[in-house]
Design a protein around this ligand. Structure first.
Ligand code: SAH
Ligand code: SF4
Length: 382
């Protein structure tokens, strides 16, 4: 009986692959060849890797495998968005969304099953944390989407941009996420520009600092509130890494990339963070910095008490930011008919979300800008 544990080559960085090969007395350049086969030629079978020696192919067949995450279901929205649910074990699933636009195609991928950070307006946070995805499960989402989506008229891949804005906090799964970023930008795999790969984080400061050295891709930061008192309540990681510390890390990150802009995401929650006073405070925080603000209309999910700010409020907020000299845009909500919009990704657990919500989670009625919230959160373990 074969009891040898095979290594899944999907998701190994070039370094990881070179180490795997070195342990088998193979030269490092073989890693580049194998990466091209896996990611550029989309081959799963070592026998098809015809520029490898017969003996290496035999070794790979004995010791390695290429295992992709399994798709549970695909949904196609009327506006061209596509959502896949990938099986992630124990009856759970993670979600991946493709968003086509005239000049680009963005793939939004997940990094964890659930999320421990418990932001009060987020469906993924509401389900709690289950586990980290492996690098194979993360890059596998990209590989699968590239395989299924038709190429553009000019022959290019449908996917021009990848954003880690699906389920989970990518910087809380740092070890698996960095090899994925390397594969996205490496010439031997997807060869994407660093500007077209974006990590979105709610603000795990030590890992922002580390990422600027390890793989300096574009950074989006989920700010959502212009002062610590409010942010403590809706983005609990703020109690560990408050706004001033977070922004310092952001400016250092930007400086390492020749002051390329950091995007600040700001979800528009009616009556919570959407007043002109909040806009003024936000403008004050970000003025004269390499920052742009992306306002996200809140997307409701079953059981939430939050409401989306009105179109007029969002417009007025955006105008105020622009009047104060900031670059500010409002995100279009896409894929609504398949629950593919920001913050609605919850795998298969929407029924559980309904059950869990209520008194435990912070809703707009319990947010008081004047009284301090001393509630303990799970963030201290991150
Ligand atoms: N954990 C990371 C990335 C995943 S969330 C992060 O928090 O940045 C991607 C974006 O969707 C974040 O800006 C997040 O705050 C936002 N978001 C979460 N729930 C939302 C909701 N219900 N409506 C709109 N945006 C939401
Ligand atoms: Fe986690 Fe991001 Fe949702 Fe917060 S917004 S709970 S960090 S996935």
């Amino acid at each position: 009986m074969d009891t040898v544990q095979k290594t899944n080559l999907l998701g190994l960085s070039q370094d990881g692959l070179e180490q795997f090969l070195a342990a088998r007395a193979e030269k490092p350049f073989r890693a580049r060849q194998i990466m091209q086969w896996i990611y550029q030629r989309e081959v799963d079978d070592f026998d098809e890797m015809t520029d490898l020696s017969k003996s290496l192919r035999a070794t790979l067949k004995a010791d390695a495998e290429i295992i992709s995450p399994e798709v549970q279901v695909r949904h196609d929205a009327k506006d061209g968005c596509v959502k896949w649910l990938f099986k992630s074990g124990a009856g759970q699933a993670v979600e991946t969304v493709f968003i086509p636009e005239a000049d680009r195609g963005t793939l939004c991928i997940s990094s964890q099953v659930g999320c421990a950070l418990d932001c009060s307006f987020c469906a993924t946070g509401a389900q709690g944390f289950n586990r980290n995805l492996t690098s194979a499960e993360i890059i596998g989402q990209v590989r699968h989407a590239i395989r299924e989506l038709p190429r553009r008229d000019n022959g290019e891949s449908a996917i021009s941009n990848v954003v880690l804005m699906g389920m989970g906090e990518p910087l809380a799964n740092y070890r698996s996420v960095v090899p994925v970023l390397e594969l996205l930008v490496s010439d031997w795999s997807y060869g994407m520009s660093r500007r077209r790969v974006t990590v979105s984080t709610s603000g795990i400061v030590p890992h922002i600092n580390k990422l600027s050295d390890d793989c300096n891709v574009a950074l989006a930061v989920s700010l959502h509130a212009p002062n610590d008192h409010l942010r403590d309540q809706i983005v609990p990681i703020n109690k560990l890494h408050p706004i001033a510390t977070l922004l310092d890390a952001c400016w250092q990150y930007a400086a390492k990339r020749s002051n390329r802009f950091i995007t600040f995401e700001y979800v528009m929650l009616r009556g919570v963070n959407d007043s002109l006073a909040h806009a003024n405070q936000l403008a004050e925080l970000l003025k004269n910095r390499p920052a742009k603000v992306n306002l996200i209309p809140f997307n409701p999910f079953p059981g939430t008490e939050f409401k989306r700010s009105s179109v007029e409020t969002i417009r007025a907020f955006q105008v105020r930011l622009r009047d104060r000299g900031l670059v500010a845009t409002t995100r279009k909500t896409r894929g609504e008919d398949i629950d593919a919009a920001c913050g609605q990704l919850a795998g298969k657990v929407s029924d559980r979300v309904k059950n869990r919500l209520g008194d435990k989670r912070v809703g707009p009625r319990s947010i008081d800008e004047k009284t301090s919230d001393k509630k303990e959160t799970r963030v201290s373990s991150i």
